[in-house]
Write a protein that binds this ligand. Sequence first.
Ligand code: DC
Length: 225
Amino acid sequence: MFQIAIDGPSGAGKSTIAKAIAAKLGITYVDTGALYRTVGYDVREKGADPKDGPAVTALLPEIRVDLDYVDGTQVVLLNGENLGDRIRTPEISMYASAVSAIPEVRAFLLDTQRDIAKKRSVIMDGRDIGTVILPDADVKIFLTASDECRATRRYEELKAKGIETSVEEVLADMRERDHNDSTRAVAPAIAAPDAIHFDNSWMKPDECTAAVLSKIILPKLGLTL
Ligand code: DC
């Protein structure tokens, strides 16, 4: 069994690349952002302020967040319900970023993430995978791209889902979220000292997947495909 950690800011292409690599290696892809999004969704539904630590913490005992796999695809369940794309809106992105700064929320989601990596080989993406969740991961990658490139990608993704916005709005939201995520006191979104940095600005997903696999992952794991 092995563990691959992919961290980096929003829109760096982590999930696209990690999903493709999981398929090529026949291992499980874990999207940890979906867990924070699910907590953010619940907080919004309950009308609580996502920045209010005690208020959010008080909600945690009433919720269950489970990670499951249906036909190899990850689903996150909130009290047994699959929320699907409802956790993918720009508003929920902001809620997720705010609740992710609360130490109790991070502690609440810790075991769910570590447990899955104990049972199978994983490629896990997030913000603190190489630093906190899987500090002994076999491969750690910090994936980045320029702000403009990341905002353009996010914009295209949202447009495809029928969510109306503009590149400028996405860029402003993204910078705010990245600032929150990288400056928070607990588990800030920073590269692990032993992570390999890879900038994929304006690279096509296939190109990036092939490069990350052949230049970083396969040599590190001593594997060939
Ligand atoms: O990867 P994403 O955009 O779906 O993540 C949503 C938010 O969740 C992100 O702004 C920060 C937070 N997050 C985190 O703090 N730690 C992780 N491992 C994954 C996500």
